[in-house]
Design a protein around this ligand. Structure first.
Ligand code: SAM
Length: 231
């Protein structure tokens, strides 16, 4: 499988980088567009029909990164359909190549797909009540004040995902960044339609580890876990 080469943010000037982050993850700019037909990649226009044909519950890994968590969970639960979502082209490219290689070695993960793009573009393609569960593991912290608006876990994020979740479905969020955890608590202040459990760490303990979780452990960071359930 040959995939197009694209510039990474470090190849760009600061002006280009700003533009890159503004447009990142839009289906209009997907480098995959020119070469359709990657078996494990969900293209924007295929999401609706893919969701309609799923007989298994749909689980999302939002910001799947290098896919460690997603692939481990997909392997543990063949009775669920998983989608990893990420606007990082290199990550998605590596993940769909891994999935392709697994298939060639006869250890295919048939219940696992990737979507290249921002989760908001994925959400746009969904009908209400289509998602069974979502994970957001170690979202990018965006430490600088001027970058805080890029944070993913916001009241807007929960309000957008809310109608797309089936009744009583859960959203798992975890971060090792104390400041982000405080920010998330503030985002909860006016949030409606969810029961929020701040003491549900036991429910995270059976989950597969993520790459950033491993990094957090080596740095001796705190683990902040938030479990939301749609009312
Ligand atoms: C710090 S990494 C964590 C990766 C992985 N979840 C882990 O725990 O190892 C955050 C990931 O979120 C992705 N991300 C950033 N904005 C996103 C968005 N709007 N929608 C989906 N994923 C996003 C980034 O590209 C990055 O791969």
């Amino acid at each position: 499988m040959t995939l197009p080469k694209v510039k990474t943010p470090s190849d760009l000037t600061s002006e280009e980088r700003r533009e890159f982050f503004e447009k990142r993850g839009s289906p209009d700019t997907t480098p995959f567009k020119e070469k359709p037909g990657y078996k494990y990649l969900l293209q924007s226009e295929d999401i609706k029909s893919w969701v309609e044909t799923q007989t298994l519950p749909i689980f999302l890994d939002i910001g799947a990164g290098m896919g460690r968590f997603l692939m481990a969970e997909s392997e543990k639960h063949p009775d669920r359909s998983y989608v990893g979502i990420d606007p990082d082209y290199q990550c998605v490219k590596k993940n769909i190549t891994k999935l392709d290689n697994r298939e060639r070695r006869d250890v295919a993960l048939k219940n696992c797909r990737f979507f290249y793009g921002s989760v908001y573009h994925f959400f746009e393609q969904l009908e209400p009540k289509s998602i069974d569960l979502a994970y957001v593991n170690y979202p990018d912290p965006w430490f600088k004040k001027r970058h805080i608006k890029r944070r993913l876990v916001t009241e807007k994020f929960f309000n957008t995902i809310h109608p797309l979740l089936k009744d009583h479905s859960k959203v798992f969020v975890q971060t090792d960044i104390d400041d982000y955890a405080e920010f998330i608590l503030e985002e909860f202040e006016n949030l409606k339609g969810f029961d929020i459990n701040l003491k549900a760490i036991d429910q995270f303990e059976d989950l597969a580890g993520t790459l950033y979780q491993e990094k957090a452990v080596t740095k001796d960071h705190n683990r902040h876990c938030f479990l939301l359930q749609k009312q």
